[in-house]
Each structure stands twice: as C-alpha cells, then as structure tokens.
Design a protein around this ligand. Structure first.
Ligand code: ZN
Length: 870
C-alpha cells in the first residue's frame, strides 16, 4: 500500500520494494483531514496482555472526503468499529505501521472511532510506548510512541482533550490532567487542555508521594507531588524546591501561570533520556530527581534544578503551544532551553552559568556542526525523528532565541513573547509563526535571521583591526563551511557584542551590539585617546567561531582586565588552547603568560570561587583535537594527552605554594548546602586537589576521600586517585558502601572508565561489562560505561582500535533491545575523520560492522549511514 498524499509527514515508513528506510520531508506536510474533538481511553493493565480501549470523536474538515489514516505499531487489534459498526476486510487495511479506512467507508459527518487492542508492556525493552520500569507501568510517547499504545493520528498537530480510565490493582494510578474519580482497582483522569498524543502519560505502580502545595498568583491552589519508590522520599527535597522556584519564576518573568489542580512528577529508573514534559504528569529519569549530599554531586544538583525547570516551562512552551510537525522541534526545545538557561542565571551566578553553557555548546554542538551529522536547527528531512533530539536543535536552538533577544532588546522580546502566547495558545505552531510574531511586535524584517534556522554549520568570524588618527577600525568577515547537502551559505545577521578597553583596563566603550549583515563589514570608532583593546563577541553573543590572530599580550591583558567575565574567562581559554596546540605541534614548553595569568586569577580572592575554578579547568582533549583539526592538522590523541598532563604539571608546580592554603580556605564549615556559592567553593577546592595530586601522587586525595562527607568530594577525590594510577582500595570501599544505590553505582562504573589510563581503557571497560552489576539493559548503567568511553579521548582513540571495536559490539547488542539509546551513543564516532589513516580505518571498520548487521534498527542505521557519509 502506498500512503495517501495526506499521510503524516512525520511517519517514517518503510518503502515497500527495497525495505530501505525512507526520509520524510518538511515540504510534504499536509494538514490532517480530521479534527479530533475528544479522546476517551480505558487501560486494563496486565504485564503481557494490557487491553487499551479507545473512543476517538472525529470530525472531517471541509473539503473532499479523505481516507482515515491512523498510526499503529506492534498492536494486536481485538476490535475496531466506526459508529458502532465493526470493521472487517477491505474496510480496514493495515500495512507499514498505518491503518487505513477508505473514504468511501466513512460517514459524511462526525463519527466515533472505537478500537480495542492488546499490548505487552513487559516485553517492551525499547522504553517507548507503555513499558515496565522496576515493576512500575510507565509511558514515553514523544516523539512517536503513542502509536505503540493504540491506533491514533500520532502527529503533534492533532490536539484533543483526554479522559482516561485506568483499571489495575496497583496502588497508585496516574495520568494527565485533574483527577476525576477513583475507587478500588480504578482511577479516572480528565485533561481539559487539548494536547497532542506525544504528551500523553500513564503511570501505575507501588509509589509513595512527597507532597507540597503551590498557590498561583491568581490564587489557584495546586497540589504538587513527586512520586518515588518507598525509601527514596528523603531525596526529593531539592527537586521539590526547584519546582516551586520554577513555578514562581515563570509567573514573574514570563507571566505564565500553571493551569491544572495537580502537578505530578514520577521518577523511574529506566528511561532513554533525561525527562519528559507530559501534561501535568512529568516523568523523569530518577537521576534527575533524587539527590542528597551523600549521593549526588554538585553537578547533579545543578542538572536536577535545570531539568525540573525545563520540563515545567514546557507547560507553556511545548504543551499549551506545541509544534505543528516534528521539523519544528526547536520551536519548543530551543525556546525552553533558553528559558531554563535564563532561570539558572537568575538562581545562580549568571556569568558562571553562561560559561558552563558555552562549554557545552562548543563541546557538543560545534562538534556536531563541523562533522557528518551537521543539520539545520530546523531540519527539512529525517528518517527517524528520535535522531534529531540533538545539541543543534536544543542548544543552538536556544542560542538563536538569545540572539533574537539581543537584536530586538529585552523589552521588545517580552512584548513579542506576550503576543506569541496570546496568538498561538492552544495551537500547533511553526518557526514561521514564531518569527512572524517578532516581526509584528517589533516591525523588524527577520528574513535574513531565518537563515539561522534553515542553514546548518557554524559560521567563522574573522576580524582584523587598525588604528589611525584617533579612529579605531574593526573589519569583520564571515564564512560558513559547507555541510552535508548544503554547499553554499549566504551571510547571516550576526550580533557581535563588543567592548573596548583602555590600556589601563578602563572601559572606553561599554558593551554594544554591532549588527553584521554582510559577508564583510567595517565598523569605526572615532575620537579615542589611545588605541583600545577590543573585547569581541562578549558573552559569546552568537554561536560562531572567532578567528583572531591576537597580537602578543592581548589575551593575557583581557584575562587580567576584561570587564566582561565571560570574555575574561574566554581569553584564558584561548591562551590555553593556543598553548596546548603549540605544545602538541611544536613541542614548546607551557608559556609563562598563561601560567602567570592563571596564577593571578587563582590568587584573586575578590573573584567568585566558581569562576576561578572554571578558569583553572584546562580545555578537554577532545577540544584540543578539534582546535588542531580546525587549524588543518591531524590531531594525535597520545600527544594531546601528554601535552595536557604536561601543562597541568607546570601549572601545579607554579601554583604549589598557594594550593594547600586555598584548598583549606575553600572548605565549608557548617551544614552542607547545595547552593551555587557552596558548590563554587567545592569546585575550586577540587581544582586545587587535582593540581596537588600532580605533585604528591594522590596523598592528599586519599585523605580527602577518607574524610569526605558529600558525594562531590568523595567522587572528586576518587577521580584524582585514579588519575594518579592508584585508588583500588578506595574503589572497593566505594562499591561496598553504595552497592544498594543504583545512581551511585552508575558513578562507580563511569569514574573508572573516565579515568582509566588510555592504553588500559578497553581492558577496564571490558572487565566492567562482566561485572555482575552491569545491567546493560538499563540505559543509565549502559551509558555509565559505554557513554563514558568516548569521554576518555586518548583511550577511545587508542591506536589499537580496541575501544572502537568494543563500542561497536555493544551498540549492536543494545540496538536489538533499545534502538533509540543505541543510536544516540553512536555519535561517539562522529569525529572519526579528524584522525590519522590507521585510526580512521579502525573506526570505519567498526562502523561498517554495525552497518552490516542484519535487522539493524532504522534509528542506528540512519546514524551510522550519516556518520560514514553514505
Ligand atoms: Zn525539552
């Protein structure tokens, strides 16, 4: 059967003749020919024989009669009927994941579709649709999981209110919306807000609630609950507090109130990603909910705060206003990431938070944009949508919102957002709608800005300067390298935040946003007394690579004096990258201007400890490899590893006189607090410990480990010991202490992989996979070993190719049970073309072995094909 031309573009189907996965295209989008006025679902839960009864109230939209096409995958149909008349034979064709009722068999007006299907949650290892996690029934429907629950127009532009009845002897039965009744063995829920199926959720299990309340600014009382397994209640305090702060913040900053009587969060152990914003019933990976000083690091606390906020903020940016089709994914994700970043800046130190975001953007998104997986923030085709939940859609998507805001200014941004909520509430919208709102609210023409959404690739911005007769001139040029399928890139509008400093460090031009719109553009600054020092792209005002041959001393000057903290950090970062590149390529010694600059920062106790810790953190090995590759060199992972260690040793030697004192001084007396200031002190303390370990072989780290009273210190000291080539006893003690806590045992696995000596990595990881606790079907556990593998750069890219082979073996194995997670982890290979011929051959062999595997999932096949450049 060929899909009719109104078939959902988001339905990637197999082409009938060659069984090759077929791409869907944005250009093929057609509106759904039916409206869905109401959805009624009944679930009779059973491990292998769950019955799902659905009643869908359809209304044909104007125009010629069309077939009813519903998605459905892996369903055992028991009965399907229209207006009470059972369908059989030709009235009901099922093929390629689509069920079709020919137009001729449909009533002319509104009709009721009924279906009863059977599914087997216990056999669902892909963790998409209805599945079991540790005895709890739960669902994950984004992007296209609802079709594994019942027949449905599973596309985000079909929105409807839902009534759900759950029948089960599980003590807790949850779904979206407000409770609408319950009794022994059943519960009913009503979600009045029309929503697409990907926001549907159901949870049934033996769970306990940690409860709280929130009163919205208009006086609505909301009952909050975080549902966990008995015994985990005492680790929900932080998440609950983060939730209430998120709710208040969205009222204060975006004027957005919560809109139901209850808000439920459930923590489950088996989850493909971080968390999911189902309406009124967010489902979380337990690692993003559960935290206590003993079990969670400061990084965990920070992530929990961010993700709790992110999922909550989706209630407006994602749920009340959703996406018309999955090509528009960045409409909800880019905006919601931007909102969670703003929230975190308000809760914590804004510059420190921005630096952390810039680090992630470069490490993940720039890397993606420069390799075979590069794609636009709004892609125009895909094979498997799950493969497009990427750093580009999320993180670069957020950068685009930030650029828009800086181009129009904060007041116009606020007005545009109000208009967006007014105009599109209850709708499924597009990027065109989003940009139209900004054009209408500000009168600006955003045609050129739209290229940021449609054109892949990271622009390179080069700059030269000149000084004559009191006039300072900056000349910028932009180019964007070709990306797969997009050879030519016209210039884009680039907001360049600029400051100018006097040689004495005073600011002569406070931060000003220059708007670059041409391929090459000149900006002049007149009437200056002395040649200024430029601070360019402050706060990373655009997601571009700045190419600047800075004159000697400029970066050291900025590291010491820039009034913009992000660029101050950036100057140190650029110095360190340069130094490491030259140490690798030319074998030079660590440069003294870098060491002196870092020493000055470390000694300056007027600076935020978190900022000082960030400055001391050296660029990662992958980052150095990217820098070298960018400069036209072939990165040698062993040489990079050695140079980075050499720089760390030189830094440790230079700072030796002050390290112990600062380490002591940063010890926080009094009760533990996960707040940003305390976390910053611990970060600086650990940075000092890391350097001290270079000199004392781990003596101090062993003491810290023995005395640690929080997970940040405990795990940090353990990592130092492993870096120093010891730690066996401590690893055993750590395991013995935490054997009953899955999330902590994940850390135990990961730390050994991250800190293995490069030539031992494959051996260490192989041994870990044989450990009785290596429950590889649990995504967190799998990631703690296989996801950590590529983070050990020199080990993953070891000349033997052993780690490539190991990862390939396990991706093949995982793909058979969980394609989505296997496909995500294949991005470890996306940089393979950077390296020398032997390494390339090793990586290619591993990738080709995966590609050749019979029965490979559409998810992993697409990824491997793109990575190989097929
Ligand atoms: Zn999101």
């Amino acid at each position: 059967m060929t899909p009719p031309d109104h078939a959902d573009p988001a339905a990637a189907t197999h082409s009938p003749d060659d069984d090759a996965p077929r791409a869907v295209h944005l250009a093929d989008y057609r509106p759904c020919p039916f409206r869905l006025d109401a959805v009624e679902l009944t679930f009779r839960l059973a491990l292998r024989t769950t019955r799902v009864l659905s009643r869908l109230h359809f209304v044909p939209v104007e125009g010629p009669a069309q077939d009813l096409v519903l998605h459905g995958e892996g369903l055992r149909p028991v009965r399907c009927a229209i207006d009470g008349v059972e369908l059989t034979g030709a009235a009901l064709q099922v093929a390629d994941g689509l069920l079709t009722v020919p137009a001729a068999r449909l009533p002319a007006g509104p009709f009721l579709w009924e279906a009863e299907v059977e599914i087997a949650p216990e056999d669902n290892t892909a963790l998409e649709g209805l599945y079991m996690s540790g005895g709890i029934y739960c669902t994950q429907c984004e992007a296209e999981g609802f079709r594994k629950i019942t027949f449905y127009p599973d596309r985000p532009d079909v929105m409807a209110p839902f009534r759900v009845r759950i029948e089960s002897d599980m003590p807790v039965l949850l779904s979206n919306g407000n409770p609408a009744g319950q009794g022994p063995g059943w519960a009913e829920w009503h979600d009045p807000w029309p929503k697409p199926a990907y926001l549907f959720a159901l949870v049934a299990g033996d769970l306990v609630a940690v409860r709280d309340r929130f009163t919205t600014r208009s006086g609505r009382e909301v009952a909050l609950a975080i549902w966990v397994r008995a015994g985990d209640e005492d680790r929900c305090t932080f998440a609950m507090d983060a939730l209430k702060r998120s709710m208040r913040w969205d009222e204060q900053v975006y004027g957005r109130e919560y809109d139901l009587d209850v808000f439920n969060i459930v923590a489950v152990d088996d989850f493909n990603m971080g968390a999911m914003e189902n309406k009124g019933l967010n489902i979380f990976n337990s690692k993003l909910v559960l935290a206590s000083r003993d079990t969670a690091t400061d990084a965990d606390f920070e992530r929990i705060e961010r993700v709790i906020a992110h999922e909550y903020f989706h209630n407006w940016t994602g749920n009340r206003i959703t996406c018309r089709d999955w090509f528009q994914l960045c409409l909800k994700e880019g905006l919601t990431v931007f909102r969670d970043q703003q929230f975190m800046c308000d809760m914590r130190s804004a510059p420190v938070k921005r630096i952390e975001d810039v680090l992630v953007l470069r490490a993940r998104q720039f890397r993606e944009d420069m390799g075979p997986l590069a794609h636009p923030v709004r892609p125009d085709s895909f094979v498997e949508i799950n493969n497009f939940y990427t750093a580009t859609v999320y993180e670069k998507g957020a950068e685009l919102i930030g650029m828009l805001r800086s181009l129009v200014g904060p007041d116009a941004y606020a007005r545009a957002l109000d208009l967006y909520f007014d105009r599109h509430d209850g709708q499924a919208a597009t990027i065109e709608d989003w940009l139209q709102v900004f054009e209408d609210a500000t009168g600006r023409d955003l045609t050129q800005f739209k290229r940021w959404y449609t054109d892949a690739g990271t622009p390179r911005l080069s700059v030269t300067d000149d000084w004559q007769d009191g006039t300072y001139t900056l000349t910028f040029a932009q180019t964007t390298p070709p990306t797969p399928g997009q050879p030519d890139k016209p210039p884009r509008v680039i907001p360049i935040a600029l400051g100018l400093l006097n040689p004495n460090g005073d600011e002569v031009l406070p931060t000003t946003v220059l708007e670059m719109t041409e391929a090459r553009q000149i900006f002049r600054f007149e009437g200056l007394a002395a040649r200024p020092i430029p601070s360019i792209l402050r706060g990373l005002s655009a997601p571009v690579v700045l190419d600047r041959q800075a004159p000697a001393g400029e970066r050291a000057f900025l590291l010491a004096h820039d009034t913009d903290p992000v660029n101050r950090w950036e100057a140190g970062r650029a110095l360190a990258k340069d130094a490491l590149a030259r140490m690798v390529a030319e074998g030079v010694d660590p440069p003294t201007d870098l060491l002196a600059g870092l020493e000055a920062v470390l000694r300056d106790d007027g600076l935020d400890p978190a900022f000082r810790a960030l400055c001391l953190r050296l660029p990662s090995e992958d980052d150095i490899a990217q820098t070298l590759h960018d400069a036209g060199r072939v990165p040698d992972p062993d040489a990079i590893h050695a140079a980075r260690r050499r720089l760390a040793l030189a830094l440790a030697t230079r700072l030796a006189p002050v390290l112990p004192a600062i380490h002591e001084q940063m010890d926080s007396p009094g009760p533990f607090s996960p707040d940003a200031a305390s976390a910053g002190r611990r970060a600086l303390r650990l940075a000092c410990l890391g350097l001290m370990t270079r000199l004392d072989g781990g003596a101090r780290a062993a003491q810290v480990f023995a005395q640690a009273d929080n997970m940040t210190e405990s795990l940090g000291a353990l990592a130092c010991l492993l870096d120093a080539g010891r730690g066996a006893e401590e690893l055993a003690a750590f395991h013995a202490r935490w054997r009953g806590n899955r999330l902590v045992i994940d850390k135990w696995f990961a730390v050994q992989v991250l800190h293995a000596a490069p030539d031992r990595l494959a051996g260490v990881a192989t041994a870990l996979t044989a450990h009785p606790d290596f429950d590889w079907k649990n995504p967190n556990r799998f990631r703690s070993v296989m996801g950590a593998l590529p983070e050990n750069h020199a080990g993953f890219h070891h000349a033997s190719g052993a780690a490539y082979g190991l990862l390939a073996d396990w991706l093949i194995r995982l793909d058979a049970v969980n394609p989505q997670t296997a496909a995500r982890m294949s991005t470890a290979f996306e940089t393979w073309r950077r390296y020398d011929a032997d390494r390339q051959a090793g990586a290619r062999a591993a990738l080709e072995r995966i590609a050749a595997k019979p029965g490979l999932s559409r998810d992993l096949a697409e990824m491997v094909g793109r990575i190989l450049g097929g």
